[in-house]
Design a protein around this ligand. Sequence first.
Ligand code: MG
Length: 267
Amino acid sequence: MKYVSFEMNASSSFGVLQGDRVVAVASPFQVLEEELAGTRGYPLSMVRLRAPLPQPGKIMCMGRNYVEHAREQGVEPPKSPVIFAKYPTAVIGPGDPIVLPSISQKVDYEAELAVVIGRRGKKIAESHALDHVLGYTILNDVSARDLQFTDGQWVRGKSCDTFAPLGPWIVGKEEIPDPHRLDIELRVNGDLRQASNTRHQIFKIPFLISYLSQAMTLEPGDILSTGTPSGVGVFRDPPVFLKPGDVVEITIEAIGTLQNPVVGEER
Ligand code: MG
C-alpha cells in the first residue's frame, strides 16, 4: 500500500494509491476496506500531492548515522545515537519550493530514509519495533549550516520553514521487507552528490525505535529520519550550498523520487 495526502478541487484528503489512481481515505493509520470498495478515485495525474503527512508529530532525526558521513566531517562514528529534532512546521510536499531564508547563506541538503510510526508505543522491544511502523518515505533534512554551527545546537538551523521536504508517498512496510538494503541518491540539477545504501547506517531502525521509545512515547504520525550518507555540500572541497534556481532530487530504491526546486526568500 502507498499512502498519500493530496489536493483535488480545492479540498485536501489522505489517500491510498491503487495503480495510477488515488482513493481518498479518512486516515492512513486505519484504512477501512469499505473506503476502498466501490470507488474509482481520481487519476494520480490530476491531483496535487502534498507531503504524505502534512502535519506530522515528532520529527526525530539521527545525526552522523552513516560511517562515511562521520568521516567526511572528521569525527569518529558515534558510539550511541546522535538525536535531534526538526519542528513539523518545516514540512513541505513534493514539488514545493525550498525557500532559502535571508538569515542564512549556507543552506545544504541531506538525503534521508524516513520511518513513519503507525502504532503508539513506549519501551518497545527491538524484536517488536517494526510492528509500530506504518512504512517508509523520503525526507530531505535541509540544514542552514551557519545557524546550525553558530547556535551550537541544531534545532533552529534544521527547522526553518520548508526545511523538511517529505514524500512523495509513504510505502507500506509490507512492500519493503528490508529497509537496510536500499540505494539512496541525491542530485542537484542532475549532478550526483550523494550515493550510498541504507545498509551503511550505523544504528539500525529496530534499535532506534526501541532506544527512542525508552524515553518517549512514539505515536502514529511521528517520523524517524535515519541520517544522511556522505556528500553533503558543507563538507565538499570547496563547500557548495543551495542557490535559487537549483532543483534537488532524492531517489530511494523501492520508494521513488522526491523533487523540490529552490527559491530565494521574498523580501
Ligand atoms: Mg540529517
